[in-house]
Ligand binder design. Structure first.
Ligand SMILES: [Ca+2]
Ligand SMILES: [Ca+2]
Length: 431
């Protein structure tokens, strides 16, 4: 009995030690903390494509290893979902519309919104599975998973591997500025009513931005002739080109930004668009971007879709669509849209907010994002710049015949100290 009791205590101690190690690991590896904590609060709940056997626990698809013929996939949680449209290898032109266009391979209209994949119909090789989750409140959330079909199974190896092209040169091209000017200290406020130095507009007036994301497709991406600081009105006007960063396009012009100390602070980027041009449904768009390059970024935009304008929040990861969410059609009758991105390096999460026509800012959606968006990969950081993460404003007319002019009232970068949530369970453990 005594021996048994001692072993029981030993086992408890061993378990406690394992728990302590797990907690320490969670503190060292912020990704674990974020995954364990997950998105919290109303409006930030997120969906995942999951799989499992009918009587088993659901596993997120990316971590599932393989789907075999007995497996189905579904969406978790099911609350608030009206229907799920599943696509396999959709054309990127269909993904560019916030709610996803084209003919789905299946539409699930009842919880748990499941799909039984016909694995034998898939050719050997890589495939992209896309779930367009239409919510009862009119939003559509889009989630993707990439797998490799091998006969009777579909193997999900996690995320798409970074391509060689993604491995940026460690030496940044900061022209026309010096690399030491790129990273800015928060708070950083541009109201466009004076010359703030940095990148100049067509009249030689400084916009205050210090970085242009260089398009992978070529060129500098900096077209000062399309930029104008109107100091009287206090706005920055960007005249568009059709270029965009979306997937393999990588030809966005004038993606203006600043260098951000993304690892050490919760960074909030904010802007307000005013005096909208005619929105003609050709995917004209303008808003905020945040990321490392044109294949690894988030954008939060007002986008003109055929049904009307919407707010769209997108994550592109390694050149592929990772996730996106759009609002129902909105009214811009009041003539302004406020956009905010809040990037949290501890939770590895970015939350989007928007406010319309002078109304209050409301929380839109939170994406879990990779550590690379928080300067985890020092190999791509030029020490002269001191960050590999940037963010700012951009605009594109996309499919419009002609140009659009978008006006930005301000841009701000503010910072808060990150909250180390991992300490909370540590304190409870010690009691
Ligand atoms: Ca202003
Ligand atoms: Ca891209």
């Amino acid at each position: 009995m005594r021996r048994g009791a001692t072993e029981s205590i030993r086992r408890q101690r061993a378990r406690a030690a394992v728990l302590l190690l797990a907690l320490l690991a969670a503190m060292i590896l912020p990704g674990r903390v974020s995954n364990a904590a997950g998105p919290v609060g109303p409006g930030t709940r997120d969906f995942a494509i999951v799989t499992g056997l009918p009587d088993g626990l659901p596993t997120p698809l990316a971590g599932a290893g393989a789907i075999r013929d007995a497996s189905v996939i579904w969406i978790s949680p099911a609350d608030g979902i009206e229907q799920v449209r599943y696509f396999i290898d959709p054309a990127s032109s269909n993904l560019e519309y916030g709610a996803v266009r084209g003919k789905p391979v299946a539409v699930a209209t009842e919880a748990p919104f499941a799909l039984q994949l016909d694995l034998e119909s898939l050719s050997h090789g890589p495939h992209t599975l896309v779930a367009a989750i239409d919510l009862a409140d009119g939003r559509t959330v889009v989630k993707t998973a990439r797998g490799e079909a091998r006969g009777e199974s579909l193997v999900f190896a996690g995320e798409a591997a970074a391509t060689a092209a993604d491995a940026a040169s460690p030496l940044a091209d900061c022209a026309p500025l010096a690399c030491s000017q790129v990273k800015v200290a928060a708070p950083y406020t541009l109201t466009f009513d004076s010359d703030r130095g940095g990148l100049e507009d067509k009249n030689g007036v400084g916009t205050g931005f210090t970085w242009v994301d260089k398009p992978t497709a070529g060129g500098t991406g900096y077209i000062p002739a399309n930029l104008e600081v109107n100091a009287t009105a206090g706005v920055l006007s960007i005249t568009t080109t059709p270029g965009i960063a979306f997937l393999a396009e990588n030809n966005q012009d004038n993606a203006l930004g600043v260098g951000i100390d993304a690892a050490r602070q919760v960074s909030a980027l904010e802007t307000r668009l005013v005096n909208f041009p005619a929105m003609t449904g050709e995917l004209e768009q303008a808003g905020l971007w945040y990321g490392t390059d044109d294949d690894n970024y988030l954008k939060l935009v007002v986008i003109s879709e055929p049904e009307g304008p919407r707010i769209q929040f997108v994550e592109e990861r390694n050149g592929a669509l990772q996730q996106q969410v759009v609002t129902p059609v909105i009214s811009l009758a009041g003539g302004s849209a406020q956009l905010r991105l809040r990037a949290d390096p501890v939770r590895l999460a970015v939350t989007a907010y928007y406010g319309l026509n002078g109304g209050a800012l409301q929380e839109f959606h939170t994406f879990q994002t990779p550590p690379e968006l928080f300067n985890s990969d020092s190999s791509i950081i030029d020490p002269a710049v001191g960050t590999g993460v940037f963010g700012g404003v951009f605009a594109s007319d996309r499919f419009l015949q002609g140009v659009a002019v978008f006006q930005f009232d301000y841009f701000t970068l503010t910072a808060e100290a990150p909250v180390l949530r991992a300490f909370l369970p540590m304190l409870r453990f010690g009691q």
